[in-house]
Design a protein around this ligand. Structure first.
Ligand SMILES: [Zn+2]
Length: 255
């Protein structure tokens, strides 16, 4: 049976998301920005929380873990390379590890850069990816603990997922990301089309995620650092893609 998801806002601009296996009844929260909206989402769906899959240690992804664990006795799965900064943790995972949520089978993809141990979770049967603060729609996370080269490699891993993979990210930043992306690729038609869609979604009070890897490949400048026109647009036509990526990220930091 196909996995079900339920997306809801948390804190100022975070997303919470539940992943539900209808066969077993198991439900995972991907990160836990705060407990209350997760509890409200569980109540609304009638789902029972069995697991929390943590992408990285930042407080706006982990603050709800303690109270949710206390209430639901759920299993906490966290990246092994920063598990010491997350509490409590039941299972530490790294590249290629399999994480089961009931009968759903996810694969861990290490995506360091935003934080040193950041992981993403990919569920191939349902083509669902949970990417935390590595990839955003039309954007990417700030490179806080890693290097731009490391972050670019992480983005390449996510870019290599099937085009029809739907991904959920940690924040609703799409509108600001589009405004920035237009400064890099003012003539990108796919981006213009997406901008119109996003404006409609936001006006209707709807989230702009999930979106697909395939769409982002044509719209997201951070996934397009190896496209010659993009490199040229930032004055780095002969540079390696990670340097082009670094320049785009730097410009976004100042935007
Ligand atoms: Zn973060």
């Amino acid at each position: 049976m196909a996995a079900q998801t339920y997306l809801f806002p948390c804190l100022k601009d975070n997303f919470g998301v539940l992943l539900h296996d209808p066969e077993s009844g198991a439900t995972a929260a991907i990160d836990a920005p705060e407990a209350e909206p997760v509890e409200a989402a569980l109540k609304k769906t009638g789902w029972r929380l069995t697991d929390i899959l943590v992408t990285h240690h930042h407080a706006d992804h982990t603050a709800g873990i303690g109270p949710l664990k206390a209430h639901h006795k759920c299993r906490i799965v966290a990246p092994k390379n920063e598990a010491q900064r997350i509490s409590p943790v039941d299972e530490k995972v790294g590249e290629g590890d399999i994480v089961r949520v009931g009968s759903l089978e996810g694969r861990v993809i290490e995506t360091p850069g935003h934080t040193a141990g950041h992981v993403s979770y990919f569920f191939p049967a349902d083509k669902l990816a949970f990417v935390g603060d590595t990839l955003f729609s039309i954007g990417c996370g700030r490179v806080i603990e890693g290097t731009p080269e490391m972050m670019w490699q992480s983005l390449l891993k996510l870019r290599s997922l099937p085009d029809d993979t739907r991904f959920y990210c940690g924040h609703e930043y799409t509108d600001a990301n589009i405004r920035f992306a237009k400064t890099i690729e003012p003539n990108n038609k796919a981006l213009a089309t997406r901008a119109a869609e996003v404006a409609q979604q936001l006006a209707a009070g709807k989230p702009t995620v999930p979106t697909t890897i395939g769409a982002e490949k044509t719209e997201n400048p951070f996934l397009r650092a190896d496209v010659p026109e993009v490199a040229k647009a930032v004055g780095l036509a002969e540079s390696p893609p990670w340097k082009v990526f670094a320049e785009i990220r730097e410009r976004k930091n100042r935007f």
